[in-house]
Ligand binder design. Sequence first.
Ligand code: AMP
Length: 173
Amino acid sequence: MPRLLAESVIRDVPDFPKPGILFKDIAPVLQHPAAMAEVVDLLAGDARAKGAEVIVGIESRGFIFGAPVALALGLSFAMARKLGKLPHHRVSEEYALEYGTNTVEMHTDAIDPGQRAYIVDDLLATGGTAAAAARLVERLNGNVCGMGFLVELTFLSGRQNLLGYPIRSLIEY
Ligand code: AMP
């Protein structure tokens, strides 16, 4: 498969945000409109193929890629936000981090019952975040029809936490 423009510009930042983590910095993709267009096009193609009816973006880099995918397909966009950010009626799901927990939330009216939801984030690591977003969709009686990521860190086996969900990642490390 030919190398994506995005792959040639994603920057490795060692020891961020803490020692031992190799951070995949996607900011240069946003500075490169052709790379961005390629990413949005590929994720939109996968979401369309999965029959998506709503795109769910995970805060915050999932918003950057998810919103243009929704727009490209003429679909609504739903936010899965960090704890305490959403003002209206919401559902919450907690997930484990290496130390402690995090929580993501969605507005209860973000998804219609039975709707096919495609979840977008920039990067799949352990899969904990995406699994929590999937639980939110399911608590709202939506169906997760697929998940799309710009980057997958395959050595962390995130797919093991997302069994049963069709996953598309554009770049694997
Ligand atoms: P996880 O729940 O472990 O799959 O982590 C996924 C979330 O953490 C995504 O929203 C990523 O943006 C972020 N993340 C985790 N590891 C990295 C990394 N090495 N580089 C950049 N972002 C990361």
